[in-house]
Design a protein around this ligand. Structure first.
Ligand code: NDP
Length: 246
C-alpha cells in the first residue's frame, strides 16, 4: 500500500458504485481515511469491509444528498470519526437522459436536486469546517457534458455546466488555503446509464458507451493526482475521456 495520502480524511458522496466506489478504494489504498456516503448501505458496508480487510480505514454513512440535513450529518460524521475533513468529493449524480418534449419533469427535478443541490449542500456542510481548519479541498464531479450539449441531454448538461460554475466560484471565494478541482469525465463504465428510461435516448447512450468507455478507476486516478499535489498547487480541472470518444 502506498502512503501518499496517509491519514488524510476524504468524504465521498455516491460511493456505493462507479466512480465514487473506485475513488474510495484507490484513496484508501493510498492511506486516506475514507468516509463513504450513499443510499444503498448494503453496498457501502461491503466496500468498507473490503477496504478494512486490505488494511485501510473506512466508514459508511447512509446519505441522500437531496436532504440537506443528511449531507450535514455526513460531514459531521466524518469529523466526529476522524477529527477533520481534508477533502470532500462531491460525486453523487444521476443522468436521466430524454428529449425535453417528453416532459419528464420529475426526472428534471431529480437531476437538479442530486446533481446541483446535493453539491451545494456538500459545500454548505464542508466549507465552515475547512475554513476553521485553514485548509481543505472540494472535488466536484462534472462531466464532458458540462462543456457541450447534445440532444436529450439538456437538463443533465445544465446541471453539469452549473456545478462547474459553482466550483469556480467556490475556488475564488473559499480562501487562499482551500482548493477546488473539477473532474470532467467522458464515457465511464458505471451504472449511470442504467437508470435512463427505456427508449431511443437510452439506446443512443448505450450505443455511444459501447464504442468507447474508460474504467471508473481511471477517473479515481485523476482524483488521486489532484489530491496528491502539494498544498500550494490547485489542479482546477481535469477532463478525462476515452481516447476513441468523439
Ligand atoms: P453510478 O450510477 O455508478 O454512481 C452514482 C452514485 O451516486 C451511486 O453511488 C449512487 O448511490 C449515488 N447517488 C445517486 N443518487 C443519490 C442520492 N440521492 N443521494 C446520495 N447518493 C446518490 O454512476 P457514476 O459513478 O458514473 O457517477 C458518478 C458521477 O460521475 C455522477 O455525478 C455522474 O454524473 C458523473 N459522470 C459519470 C460519467 C459516466 O460516463 N459514467 C461521465 C461524466 C460524469 P445510491 O444509489 O446508493 O444512493
Amino acid at each position: 500500500m502506498s502512503n501518499s495520502l496517509q491519514g488524510r480524511v476524504v468524504a465521498i458522496t455516491g460511493a456505493s458504485s462507479g466512480i465514487g466506489e473506485a475513488t474510495a478504494r484507490r484513496l484508501a489504498r493510498s492511506g486516506a481515511f475514507v468516509v463513504l456516503g450513499a443510499r444503498r448501505m448494503d453496498r457501502l458496508s461491503s466496500i468498507v469491509a473490503d477496504i478494512e480487510r486490505a488494511g485501510g480505514r473506512a466508514i459508511a454513512l447512509e446519505l441522500d444528498v437531496q436532504q440537506r440535513g443528511q449531507v450535514q450529518a455526513f460531514v459531521d460524521g466524518a469529523v466526529r470519526e476522524f477529527g477533520r475533513l481534508d477533502v470532500l468529493v462531491n460525486n453523487a449524480g444521476v443522468m436521466l437522459v430524454a428529449p425535453l418534449a417528453d416532459l419528464k419533469v420529475d426526472q428534471w427535478d431529480q437531476m437538479i436536486d442530486v446533481n446541483i443541490r446535493g453539491v451545494l449542500y456538500g459545500i454548505a456542510a464542508a466549507l465552515p469546517v475547512m475554513q476553521a481548519q485553514g485548509s481543505g479541498h472540494v472535488i466536484t464531479v462534472s462531466s464532458v457534458a458540462g462543456h457541450k450539449v447534445g440532444p436529450g441531454f439538456a437538463v443533465y448538461c445544465g446541471t453539469k455546466f452549473a456545478v462547474r460554475a459553482i466550483a469556480e466560484g467556490f475556488r475564488q471565494e473559499a480562501g487562499p488555503h482551500i482548493r477546488s478541482t473539477v473532474i470532467s469525465p467522458g464515457a465511464v463504465a458505471t451504472e449511470l446509464p442504467t437508470h435512463i428510461s427505456a427508449g431511443p435516448a437510452k439506446d443512443a447512450v448505450e450505443a455511444m458507451y459501447a464504442t468507447a468507455e474508460i474504467s471508473a478507476d481511471a477517473v479515481a486516478k485523476a482524483i488521486l493526482y489532484a489530491i496528491s499535489q502539494t498544498p500550494d498547487v490547485d489542479v482546477n480541472e481535469i477532463i478525462i475521456r476515452p481516447t476513441a470518444q468523439t
